[in-house]
Design a binder for this molecule. Structure first.
Ligand code: AHN
Ligand code: ZN
Length: 340
């Protein structure tokens, strides 16, 4: 009888301890200021899973708009998010590219808790560039890019986050947006003058016509090329201009969970990317997690817009660092919202 009671107390003690830690009181990391970031219990981002979602997209071939591979991969992405319990909205639209080509574009929006007012937007692009115009070999300049890093990796990280959110549901709302037609910008071989509005066509459309009338999110995080070997992510210029607090939140969170070497505390360049229309047209503060190489032929890394942007140059450790950091930001926000 006595030992039964002792067992009961032990069980009770363990239960209380687990409730206490599950509520996130276990660690309080300093973020370099006076306040600390309380770390919520976030799920463990599985890099093998994200790697396999990257490979699955590449298996369709280059996902260039108006091709069969693009259509089939769009269905794969939407079906996958749906299988993880998200609510899907497809935004189909015809968009004229710089050269007059009409692109049959599809933005894919996958939402959790669509009714929640506190929301975080997580996004990336899913189309592949039609031309490897940055390849060192000019004979490849008209070859489509397989686009493992740019940007099957972004979608793969979002899919893995969605899988985990279904297993550990949130109170706040999340919208994953896979933008189309990001990478149809004027090629380097064209004699057309530089026109930055030729990029990010899907996000320009979405920002002017959001999937929900009057759509708001508290903030957004864009991921672009988040799986390339050797990548580190510096603080991108427009992100600091429009959403410096979110930049600090993400970089401090990475450092708190020991991924600081992937998120150095230094400034990168100013990148024309899908976060620009989100900030400038939709008015939602949004940052860009985009690599910054100081010692490669391109600031985006050695495989950027080349025929070598394939699975051989994808590093699970990079997918993990980005995926785990963004997940931690989401679960921290969810916890502090619940404590209000
Ligand atoms: C420019 O090169 C102007 N912006 C880069 C946007 C991009 C292309 N991200 C991926 N591919
Ligand atoms: Zn690109």
């Amino acid at each position: 009888m006595k030992s039964f009671f002792r067992l009961q107390w032990t069980v009770m003690f363990c239960f209380l301890l687990s409730v206490y830690t599950a509520c996130g009181h276990k660690k309080g990391h300093s973020n370099g200021t006076n306040d600390t970031i309380p770390m919520a219990a976030a799920p463990d981002f599985n890099a093998d899973s994200a790697f396999s979602y990257t490979a699955a997209q590449c298996a369709f071939g280059p996902r260039v708009p108006n091709t069969e591979a693009h259509r089939l991969c769009g269905t794969y992405i939407a079906d996958k998010f749906e299988s993880f319990g998200a609510t899907i909205i497809n935004q189909y639209t015809d968009i004229a590219a710089f050269d007059g080509t009409i692109l049959k574009a599809r933005n894919i929006i996958a939402s959790y808790n669509p009714e929640a007012s506190m929301r975080i937007l997580i996004c990336g692009h899913w189309d592949s560039r039609p031309w490897a115009d940055n390849d060192p070999d000019p004979s490849n300049w008209h070859t489509p890019v397989l686009a493992a890093n740019d940007a099957a990796s972004d979608v793969a990280v979002m899919l893995e986050m969605a899988r985990l959110i279904q297993l550990q549901p949130l109170q706040i709302g999340i919208d994953f947006i896979c933008f189309d037609a990001e990478d149809y910008g004027i090629p380097q071989w064209a004699d057309n003058t530089d026109n930055s509005s030729s990029w990010c066509l899907g996000s320009q459309y979405w920002a002017a016509h959001p999937h929900v009338y009057g759509y708001r999110a508290n903030f957004g995080i864009l991921m672009d090329m988040v799986g390339g070997r050797g990548s580190t992510f510096s603080k991108e210029g427009f992100s600091k201009r429009y959403a410096s607090q979110i930049v600090d939140l993400v970089w401090n969170t990475a450092s708190s969970i020991s991924y600081g070497q992937f998120f150095p505390m230094r400034d990168g360049g100013y990148i024309t990317d899908d976060h620009l229309p989100i900030n400038e047209i939709a008015g939602i503060p949004c940052i860009d997690i985009v690599p910054y190489f100081t010692d490669a032929p391109s600031g985006f890394g050695p495989t950027w817009h080349t025929v070598n942007d394939n699975m051989e140059h994808i590093d699970r450790n990079v997918l993990k660092a980005v995926g785990q950091t963004v997940l931690q930001v989401i679960y921290n926000e969810n916890q502090s919202y619940g404590n209000d």
